[in-house]
Design a protein around this ligand. Sequence first.
Ligand code: MG
Length: 158
Amino acid sequence: MDAPRIGVGIDLHRLEPGRPCRIGGIDMDSPVGPVGHSDGDVVLHAVCDAVLGAAGLDDLGTLFSDKDPANAARDSSEFCVEVMRQLREAKLRVLSLDCVIETEKPKIAPHRAAMRARVAELFDVPVDRVNVRGKTGEGVDAVGESRAIRATAVALLG
Ligand code: MG
């Protein structure tokens, strides 16, 4: 095997009341949801960018422009399918993923297990090699003031 490759991805979306809330591929009951051209799934966007970065491929915003009407309100799992297609073409696979979600609302803990399972499925990696964790913003900056949600992901490829 070639030397493993590491990549990092970061994403942030504004939160607004009354928006659908899908995070890490899981639909949640939440008073607020991410604003985005697609479904605004910060976790899937951050993980896709981490995988693309590690593989030396174009980033998510280049592959799926937010100016393209075809991507409006799009289910981000479709982005993952394309990222995985490109990864296989590059003869690479995901060895492990870790993702930290910074948000005040919605609370992540009740959904962690489901998110891990969904991310593992989408990126074709065993669930014990995927982690998703929530953190609060301690009341400061846009995340702490509940105006935004941020995800940071690290991907290891082999
Ligand atoms: Mg995004």
